[in-house]
Design a protein around this ligand. Structure first.
Ligand code: AHG
Ligand code: MN
Ligand code: MN
Length: 335
């Protein structure tokens, strides 16, 4: 395996860049990598083992909880508890914080926000799904972690990343020094550096939005969608519409090929559907670190105050020029 750099080796190499790092963040990232391999094994077997379908329960979001949501949630929580580098977890699948109080974790420096299985509606139809994580340094001094440790702006993230369980399984993350992608090589069970220093093209030809909600979009979003569909060779329009229905897969595609993903306010989701803490903030940190842009149509996502754990926001994320163009329409047509 000449020239293969595994995730673990890369994390250790890069740790030298952090003058005062004592390895906690490195170990935390490696704990996440381990959980990702375990979840990947189950995702790849979905259909053979009893993890398809719903559990018959709904989560705090009022959404059907799929068996794989529960499995992934348990695996990541277990790996983070065992690793000892995290003193608390906020998960999409848990209404309240998971406070980790055992001896080795209670004074840990970091907290983790988690969407253990993103794109749940795609599990049973064998379409790419993902996991999203966001890591903050705790702001509380010691003892049990508090809500304030999680209600920090996205700009305070220490690290963020996602795993996309697709045609291959990739882990992509940033600690604020660029974005790097690793592809899982099942033959050696390691994530190997495959996409060093990922940069999103400044413009693209793909727009990604659930046009089924068109009627309830605001005028600015409607006008931008009409702009995407207009014929104009000079600006590569009409764009192509690609919508997978898994945030991780849609954003990952745009990160590589260029494009814009929009989940705006709709009638059913007046403040947008996607959650700031474990979907919008981590994906926005990654997009910005890759040279892209992420706003709610008006404000930088990473600057928005986090007031509630499962707070939602509209999101416009992807190639910088495309997000700026969409914002022009939002501004022009905002009543
Ligand atoms: P999750 O499965 O974690 O609830 O996330 C699903 C999200 C996101 O992945 C995707 O972009 C969006 O829901 C799709 O929503 P619609 O089906 O309403 O378009
Ligand atoms: Mn999600
Ligand atoms: Mn989810």
């Amino acid at each position: 395996m000449i020239g293969v750099v595994t995730l673990d080796e890369f994390i250790i190499q890069r740790q030298e860049e952090f003058q005062y790092a004592k390895g906690e963040l490195s170990r935390l990232l490696r704990d996440i990598g381990l959980a990702a391999k375990i979840v990947n094994r189950e995702v790849n077997k979905a259909g053979l083992v009893d993890i398809l379908g719903t559990t018959g329960t709904t989560n705090v979001q009022g959404e059907d909880v799929k068996k794989l949501d529960v499995f992934a949630n348990k695996r990541f929580i277990a790996a983070l508890k065992l690793g000892g580098e995290c003193c608390g977890i906020a998960s999409e699948e848990n209404e309240d914080l998971i406070i980790i109080q055992d001896e080795i974790s209670k004074d840990a420096k970091y907290v983790v926000a988690l969407d253990p299985l993103d794109g749940s509606s795609n599990i049973d139809v064998n379409v790419s799904v993902g996991t999203i994580f966001s890591i903050y340094r705790r702001v509380s001094s010691s003892g049990p972690c508090t809500l304030e440790d999680f209600l920090q702006k996205g700009s305070e993230q220490a690290a963020a990343g996602y795993i996309v369980y697709g045609s291959s399984t990739m882990l992509v993350y940033t600690t604020g020094f660029g974005v790097n992608g690793f592809t899982l090589d099942p033959s050696i069970g390691e994530f190997c550096l495959s996409h060093p220093d990922m940069c999103i093209p400044k413009a693209g030809k793909i727009y990604s939005i659930n046009q089924g909600n068109f009627i309830s979009f605001t005028e600015g979003v409607k006008e931008y969608v009409r702009y995407c569909k207009q014929e104009d060779k000079a600006t590569n329009r009409p764009y192509s519409l690609r919508y997978i229905g898994s945030l991780v897969a849609d954003v990952h595609r745009n990160l590589i090929s260029g494009g814009i993903f929009i989940y705006p306010a709709t009638k059913d989701a007046p403040r947008g559907k996607l959650r700031m803490l474990y979907e919008c903030n981590p994906m926005s940190f990654i997009a910005e670190q890759a040279g892209g842009r992420a706003t709610d149509g008006f404000r930088r996502i990473l600057d928005i105050e986090q007031k509630e754990l499962h707070q939602r926001t509209p999101i416009f994320i992807g190639s910088e020029e495309m997000v700026l163009k969409a914002e022009e329409f939002m501004k022009k047509y905002s009543s």
